[in-house]
Design a protein around this ligand. Structure first.
Ligand SMILES: [Mg+2]
Length: 278
């Protein structure tokens, strides 16, 4: 992520999720077709013949969904209210592979994506008409590089190799930075008191409390991440989504790590959790 990205996000910014390697376990089925344990063991000379075996089949409709897929979808929705799919078709099999990919998406995703783009040229969707960047979460480095070169924001993530925390942290950074200091109220954080109290303990500076006069951007960003995670944690707890609530709790703990005086932060957080609205 480049520092410049942070300023350009608007309400039009969308989150695009790649399908294979991110939501659908392409690798294990692909390895089976190739007759190897790990797809990385396929010799380069065999890649094309193996891919050729998929042409004209319903291979993509039968892929297993990664256990993390639903949480990733929920994470995207948390930030933008919806999510979209941006997936490449199989070469030499565009129409057929697109058809079966759509079958997979319909069957496995709930809620459904706002839009589905099956395209050999993902970069087309990197930027919106207003110039704002979209975000692509994709397991292929070349896709991320192409997306960024067209002005989008790319997060490299492969479901069987990376932790979802990596995506959560990146998105938190992108969306926290989107809101300037005077904006937290619009983001659903209603009380400046909570923000001020948190910033005071996060920066160990007694002068805090006036969030419009923040000098410590780091403390402000940490405070916003923590407040948003507390809000989300409460929501998830109410819905009985314990795993998601736990993940939000982990976000909070991570935000506290490395701050100057962690022991002062805990009671403030405990206080905020007890409040009905933040
Ligand atoms: Mg992929």
């Amino acid at each position: 992520m480049r520092a410049n990205d942070l300023k350009k996000i608007t309400q039009n910014t969308k989150i695009y999720l790649d399908m294979d390697g991110v939501l659908a376990d392409f690798f294990s089925e692909y390895s089976k077709v190739a007759g190897v344990k790990n797809y990385k063991d396929i010799p380069p000379a065999n890649v094309d013949p193996v891919l050729n075996k998929l042409v004209g089949t319903d291979f993509f409709a039968k892929l297993k969904k990664f256990a993390t897929a639903d949480t990733l979808v929920a994470l995207a929705i948390k930030y933008t209210g919806s999510y979209s799919i941006c997936s490449s078709p199989l070469r030499n099999d565009y129409a057929n592979s697109a058809k079966w990919k759509k079958v997979w998406l319909k069957k496995n995703l709930n809620p459904q994506p706002a839009s589905v783009e099956i395209t050999p040229n993902k970069g087309t969707f990197a930027v919106n008409a207003d110039g704002s960047p979209n975000i692509l979460i994709d397991d292929r480095g070349v896709n991320i590089v192409a997306w960024r070169s067209r002005g989008g924001i790319g997060i490299k993530y492969q479901a069987d190799e990376d932790s979802l925390d990596k995506v959560a942290t990146e998105l938190a950074k992108i969306f926290v930075a989107r809101y300037p200091v005077e904006e937290p109220i619009k983001e659903g954080i209603k009380s400046k008191a909570a923000l001020g109290a948190l910033m005071a303990v996060l920066s160990s500076s007694p002068a805090y409390g006036d969030s419009n006069n923040a000098q410590d951007t780091n403390a402000m960003q940490k405070a916003l991440i923590i407040l948003r995670s507390i809000e989300n944690m409460k929501d998830y707890s109410r819905e009985g989504a314990e795993a998601e609530a736990q993940q939000e709790f982990n976000n909070i703990m991570r935000a506290i790590q490395g701050m100057p005086d962690q022991s002062k932060v805990y009671p403030v957080i405990k206080d905020i959790i007890k409040q009905d609205t933040i």
